[in-house]
Design a protein around this ligand. Structure first.
Ligand SMILES: [Zn+2]
Length: 268
């Protein structure tokens, strides 16, 4: 599933392809992906609009088009692809955005768990917490969030509030980086540990963005290429393999029906 680094990679690559372009025509091939209006309303609202900017909060991609704000959540397998004028039209395309310049972008989603909304102004997403890359979370802020909750660190990171954008892959990697067990109770975390966790969140997510995200299954960049971060994962999908730090075998467990990976020696 695309998490913050994958959505941010897509945003950075899409931006130069669509900024200041005027939308000529939008085609929706799978209307039920649009959640708050009909496909006809969606297409009409975007026709003739100029794309001013692309923003991202957590895993949500927000298009700013002068009075129309389409919002995309990429679900399990959603990506954007640039039309590269290949003879074979790509599969699983649900939305096509054509520009007056003749260029086009495609929204592809194999599993069709993606979601799209249209808003007349910049959307408020009330169920969404602070973005850890653009939102600046201090160690003191993080500690106070942790102390006010009674859950495990893994669940805390995966919940989209108070921190938005982290999913299963990066939650495991962040906890390994901060030497904290996924089972640790949030209200037992010390100030020093909260500081380690805060640093690890920034480092793991920023490193993954620099490596164009993690390709584990469907995720590709806008150019159709794989990310590179899967080559740098230290615990995710490494069960039974030696910990890069201590040599102990990495353990795979299930928490809240999601697989979790950790080193039983390094993470306390
Ligand atoms: Zn270890």
């Amino acid at each position: 599933m695309p998490e913050l680094p994958e959505v941010e990679t897509i945003r950075r690559q899409l931006l130069p392809l669509c900024r200041d372009q005027v939308i000529d025509a939008v085609t929706v091939k799978t209307p039920y992906l649009i959640k708050n209006c009909t496909a006809a309303v969606f297409c009409d609202a975007l026709q003739g609009r100029r794309v001013r900017h692309l923003d991202r909060i957590g895993k949500y991609l927000i298009w700013e088009c002068e009075g129309a704000y389409p919002v995309f959540h990429l679900g399990m397998t959603g990506i954007f692809l640039q039309d590269r004028r290949e003879s074979r039209y790509p599969q699983h395309i649900h939305v096509e955005i054509g520009f007056e310049s003749g260029q086009a972008l495609y929204f592809q989603d194999m599993r069709k768990f993606g979601k799209i909304w249209l808003y007349p102004s910049y959307p408020e997403i009330p169920t969404l917490g602070t973005d850890p890359i653009t939102g600046r979370i201090t160690p003191a802020q993080l500690l106070s969030w942790l102390q006010r909750r009674k859950t495990t660190l893994k669940q805390f990171l995966m919940n989209q509030t108070p921190i938005a954008g982290i999913g299963n892959i990066y939650a495991s990697e962040i906890l390994f980086e901060s030497s904290l067990s996924p089972y640790r109770k949030t209200d037992e975390v010390t100030a020093a540990e909260a500081q380690r966790l805060q640093r690890a969140i920034g480092r793991i997510l920023n490193d993954a963005i620099e490596r164009f995200g993690t390709t584990y299954s469907a995720y590709r960049t806008v150019n159709g290429q794989s990310g590179e971060n899967q080559n740098f994962l230290k615990v995710y999908q490494r069960e039974g393999q030696p910990c890069v730090s201590c040599g102990e075998a990495i353990i795979k467990t299930v928490m809240g029906s999601r697989s979790t990976f950790y080193c039983p020696r390094c993470q306390k």
